[in-house]
Structure formats: C-alpha cells, structure tokens
Write a new protein. Structure first.
Length: 238
C-alpha cells in the first residue's frame, strides 16, 4: 500500500484511539463521581417555590452534570403557568443553576366556577387570585376574552392608561371585550367609555380631550361613546 493510501488508515486509527481514550476518561470520571451533582441552585422564585422547580426539573444530587438533557428539563419547568422563562447552566464539575423568570399578572378574569383568576399578558391563566399577591388589576369580561385581536386592543388601552393624567390604570375597574361591539371600559366611579375595536390610540386621545373639556366647564361625564370614527356621544352626571 502506498504512503498516500496509508494516510486515511492512520487517520482512522488515530480517531479510534482518541475516542477510546475519551471513553475511558469519561468512565473513570463517572466511577469516581467527579462530575456528580452536589449543588442545585434555584434563583428568581417569588410565587413559585424552589421545591416545585426542583420537582419539575427531575434533577437529583448524585446524578451526572454531563448527561442530563437541558432542553427537556427546561420545557418541563416551563409547564408551570407562573414560569415564563428558564435558564439552566452547568458549572463543571458539581453544580447546576436554574434561574426562572416568573409571569406577571396583567388582568383578572372570572373562571367557570366563579372564582377570580390571574391572566398573563399573553392571555394564559396563571392561577387563583388572592389578597396576598394583589387584586388591583382590571377585570376582563365578555365573549371576546379568547380573541387575541381584542386582547391586544385591551393591552393597548392598558398601556395608554399607565401614563395618562386623565384616566389612569388605577381608575379602570373592568374592560369588556365584545366580539360584536368591541371594547368598553368601566371605571371605579361607574363611568363607561365605548371604544369599538379600531384605532384605539386615536380614540383614547379623543376621549382625553373630551374629559378635559368637560372638567373645564364643571361637568362630569357618565358615559362616552367614541366607537364611531366621526363623532362622539357624551352623557353627563346630574
């Protein structure tokens, strides 16, 4: 066999040798438990307990830090509705860290059994609402809650209200989502504003101008309908 023909054979022998040595090293490390997990650190928890994260991860001390399947563990942890993101890091030789980012409630909704539930920005139900965590979120009602388009419009209203000096988020009690008539906002002092379902930002600013004007002339609006693009209807409190 020529020298040129021997080169592939030498390369194959070298590869087999390297793989063999690597296998032996790994087996020795496993036998000596050099890469066994000795510490699992969980950070970022507020509502979710460290115990729940560990249980969902399936990780145990004494397992190898080399062979666990990071993607599967992350997906299992993220099945918890309160967890929106998971980052897993291996710290060779003996430590694994899990950092979670919890979902933030944006709304309250009423469940089938009549209980108040938290809903995330994406429309996912997070769990039962309680006084300990806060109840001062706008309540979403109506047959349009499952409509992603209407939910997006409600989010737009929420965003506009945060910095508004006319109708602040804290003043919004309920947001009704109707697949036919669009969005209606109810305030904590029993006012109602009908927005429809289009051009929400433009109508919001129109609503602000109406309220500012009515206050200048010492009137208080009871009902504002700006669902039409052309005109608005205003009823005042007596």
């Amino acid at each position: 066999m020529t020298e040129k023909g021997l080169r592939p054979l030498h390369a194959l022998i070298l590869l087999i040798f390297i793989l063999s040595i690597s296998t032996v090293i790994v087996l020795i490390c496993l036998h000596l438990k050099i890469f066994d997990i000795k510490e699992i650190e969980v950070t970022g928890t507020k509502r979710v307990t460290e115990k729940e994260v560990l249980k969902r991860s399936g990780l145990r001390k004494g397992e190898s830090t080399i062979f666990f399947r990071e993607k599967e563990i992350r997906e299992e942890i993220e099945k918890c509705p309160w967890i929106s993101e998971v980052t897993i890091r291996r710290h060779i030789p003996n430590k694994v860290s899990i950092h979670i980012t919890e979902a933030v409630p944006f709304w309250l909704v009423v469940g089938e059994d009549g209980e108040l539930l938290y809903m995330s920005v994406t429309g996912e139900i997070l769990g039962k609402a309680n006084f300990e965590y806060r109840l001062d979120f706008p309540l979403l009602v109506g047959d349009g809650i499952s409509d992603s388009g209407l939910l997006g419009k409600a989010l737009e209203i929420r965003g506009l209200s945060i910095n508004s000096d006319v109708l602040n988020l804290k003043e919004i009690s309920e947001i009704h989502l109707d697949t036919v008539y669009g969005i209606s906002v109810f305030t904590t002092d029993m006012r109602r504003i009908d927005f429809g379902s289009d051009n929400i930002a433009e109508k919001w600013h129109k609503m602000e101008r109406i309220i500012k004007y009515t206050r200048k002339i010492n009137l208080v609006e009871q009902y504002i309908n700006i669902s039409s693009e052309k005109q608005g209807i205003v009823d005042f409190k007596l």
